[in-house]
Each structure stands twice: as structure tokens, then as C-alpha cells.
Design a binder for this molecule. Sequence first.
Ligand SMILES: CC(C)(COP(=O)(O)OP(=O)(O)OC[C@H]1O[C@@H](n2cnc3c(N)ncnc32)[C@H](O)[C@@H]1OP(=O)(O)O)[C@@H](O)C(=O)NCCC(=O)NCCS
Length: 232
Amino acid sequence: MTTMTVSNATIRSAVRDDAIAIADVLTTAFLYGDLATWLIPHPDTRARVYRPYFALLTEQALDHGQIDITYDPDVGVTAVALWYPIADRPVPAPDGYQTRLAQITGEYLHRFTALDQATHRHHPYTDWHHYLGHLAVRPDFQRRGLGGGLLRHHHRELDRTGTAAYLEATGSDNSRLYAQFGYQPCATYHVTPAGPALFPMWRPARLATPQRHKAGRSEATTPFAQQPSRPT
Ligand SMILES: CC(C)(COP(=O)(O)OP(=O)(O)OC[C@H]1O[C@@H](n2cnc3c(N)ncnc32)[C@H](O)[C@@H]1OP(=O)(O)O)[C@@H](O)C(=O)NCCC(=O)NCCS
């Protein structure tokens, strides 16, 4: 496991014991904003649904991707980045995903399903890349360089292996951060015609090591364990 430090925090790969703390950071960081308000209008309901929802996504990332975290010895997990290796198909869903999503989101299931469908529909399943599914910093630790630190940390590995990256920004502030790290805007789309906008961005592969990966190939250089894929 590689480690580096940002402020007082250490960056490391998450393990199963970090799952609750990771879901907590995701819940509090994503609690507000256009997408959040559209998914579930009332903030109390949103917070209640978000915890098990992000626990489900954390399980998916631990099973099929890699979670980088900043860990502060005094307060625990302060920032998280959920990364997935993508070739030519979506990230595999957790077991029983649709049933569990329905149980968790209840009357708001159609919104979460629309979000899944929109992001899948627009995802470029062409070139091999790493997908940043979520980047989140505990609200009281934002704007201190932790989010940027996690990006820098993972990009080091991407650039060592000549791997591209993709993400969906949720707003212009976030897009600005990602642009500073070499992400270029793709065509903006809306989750539904009247729903919130997402701002996809692509970071081209940099050939620090001349090894460009194409879709569908088995990659020995990826830091992720290769998993059998099935559609979500
Ligand atoms: C977006 C996020 C991950 C950035 O992490 P961070 O540790 O706060 O960001 P850093 O301190 O590393 O970098 C700050 C930069 O981020 C951008 N930024 C992020 N959020 C911002 C905000 N609310 N207001 C202004 N700039 C913001 C700016 O470019 C800023 O640079 P600047 O200070 O020079 O203007 C974090 O703020 C967060 O968790 N936000 C809520 C969840 C979220 O929106 N996640 C991203 C989804 S695409």
C-alpha cells in the first residue's frame, strides 16, 4: 500500500473496515446541491436515504474498484475518491443492486434509476480509462487541498501507466478544480430533460510510460484487481 501526506492526513487505499466512515463522508459532502435536491427534495429524507445508498456504492467500489482516502489520525477519514477501471462496459453492480436500491430509495427510486441510466448512456466505453465515480471531502475539511491531493495521488499512477480518466462534474466550481488537473470538458447533458445537468470531463492519457491501453484488453499494469464484468 502506497502512502503520502496532505496537510496532516495520510493518503492510503481503503480497506473494508473504512466502509462506514467512507459512506459518512460521501453522505455529508453530497448532501446539498442541484443534483441532491433533485434526487430527494427534503434534506432530512435525503440524509436518511443517502447513508445506505452511499454504503451500497462504497461496497461496489471496494469490490470492483479502488477507494483512495485521506486519513487524519485525530478525526479519521476526511476525503475519499472512488475509482473504477473501465474497458468496454459499466462497472459491475453489487449483488441484488436493483432490489436493494429500491428498498433504500423507496418513492425516489425513479430518480436514482434515471441517474444511473443517464450516466451509463453517456459514458465513453471506448478507450481504456479509470472512472472517478465520486470525489468527496468532509464539509469541515473542504478547500484545504484534500480533494486536489487525492487527484494528484491517483494521477501519478495513471501517468505511470499511460491511462486516461473520466468523471462527471456536478457544477462549475468542481469543473474548475478538475480543469486544473488536465480534465477537458465533454458535452454537457441533463439527467432527464427537466433534471439537473452533469458536466462530463475526460483527461487524456499521458505517456509518462509509453503504454496506451485499449478497451477490452486485460491489463497487467492496472492497480485494480480485474473483475468479471456484467451490466449494471
Ligand atoms: C469538490 C471537492 C471534492 C473539492 O475538494 P477540496 O478539498 O474542497 O478542494 P481543494 O482544496 O483541493 O481545491 C479547491 C478548488 O476546488 C474548486 N472548488 C471546489 N468546491 C468549490 C466551492 N464550493 N467553491 C469554490 N471552489 C470550489 C476550486 O477550483 C478550488 O480552487 P481555488 O480554491 O483555487 O478556487 C469538495 O469540495 C467536495 O467534496 N465537495 C462536495 C462534493 C462534490 O461536489 N464532489 C465533486 C463532485 S463532481
